[in-house]
Design a protein around this ligand. Structure first.
Ligand code: ATR
Length: 285
């Protein structure tokens, strides 16, 4: 199969600060080829001071839509015209659709996380207990996703406690059946909380280059074999955090399945085409 770019080619892409290692261009361009669509997915490396201008540029250049990645998922909201309803509650956007000059924000990370846990992890979220490390834009989607699936208890540990408190404050009233607790990242109580948990997720950027030798969990012995340990990072494929978890006998998942499943949902919003997750995972192996 050969890709033709011509005057009718529609542009989609990803906006982020450090996207040199992003797999999204590979994933989306493979799907485009497979579906024989006249689209092209490009990486846009944007400096923090240029974010507003870049988002305006989506309209000016008639780009069909973009993914938004680290560290702009929350900051981008002020530049959009509309937010899909649950995305407004989540307070983080990973997908923008340009609907005839109106920029609408969506969050496909929620479905992406849910599907990857269910399909790849063979894990049932309902009734379980989770420990979430981090409270940034990605954490907001993960926490919302597991609350929506009926998790019993979520404990959020973050360096900046106020950000974890904000998540609790924003989400609690929508999910009264679930308990949300927040703690500073380096607090002792993490030991007990992990011991009781079934799911442990790293949403922090500890482990992403240049912080490649960092892990959010200082003590490896906190991890037990009955945990599903999930790191949203996919580059490197096995972070120090996942290596710790593996040594402790836990089941591990990296960020690739979530990237694929969220990407499929975003692709559907831009094109109306929705390939199977397993098929896409197979394509990029
Ligand atoms: P994303 O959109 O990927 O979630 P983000 O919103 O910038 O990105 O969030 C990054 C997360 O990594 C935050 O939880 C951040 O903690 P703070 O809220 O305290 O900033 C966490 N993080 C980044 N570097 C960290 C570090 N050196 N130690 C601990 N946590 C860190």
């Amino acid at each position: 199969m050969k890709k033709e770019i011509n005057g009718k080619t529609k542009i989609i892409g990803v906006i982020g600060k450090n996207i040199e290692n992003s797999l999204s261009p590979l994933i989306h361009n493979q799907i485009i080829l497979k579906c024989s669509l006249n689209f092209c997915y490009l990486p846009f490396k944007i400096a923090e001071t240029d974010l507003g201008k870049a988002i305006q540029g989506i309209k000016a250049l008639n780009i069909r839509g973009v993914n938004i990645t680290f560290p702009y998922k929350e900051r981008v909201i002020e530049f959009l015209d509309e937010l899909e309803e649950s995305t407004r509650r989540i307070g983080a956007v990973n997908t923008i659709v340009n609907n005839k000059g109106i920029l609408i924000g969506y969050n496909t990370d929620v479905v992406g996380f849910k599907k990857s846990v269910q399909e790849e992890g063979k894990f049932i979220i309902k009734g379980k207990k989770a420990v979430i490390l981090g409270a940034g834009g990605a954490a907001r989607a993960v926490v919302y996703s597991i609350l929506e699936e009926g998790i019993k208890e979520v404990c959020i540990f973050n360096r900046t406690l106020e950000k974890a408190e904000k998540i609790k404050q924003d989400f609690s009233s929508f999910f009264p059946e679930s308990s949300i607790y927040v703690f500073p990242l380096r607090e002792e109580s993490i030991k007990d909380k992990i011991e009781e948990a079934n799911l442990l997720v790293n949403t922090t950027s500890l482990g992403v280059p240049p912080q490649i030798d960092k892990t959010p969990l200082l003590e490896e012995k906190l991890i037990h074999p009955d945990l599903l340990v999930y790191d949203l990072i996919y580059h490197p494929a096995k972070t120090l955090f996942l290596r710790q978890a593996e040594r402790a006998g836990a089941k591990i998942i990296n960020g690739l399945p979530m990237l694929v499943y969220q990407g499929i949902e975003s692709f559907y919003l831009w094109t109306g085409f929705k390939p199977e997750g397993e098929e896409v995972l197979e394509m990029i192996k």
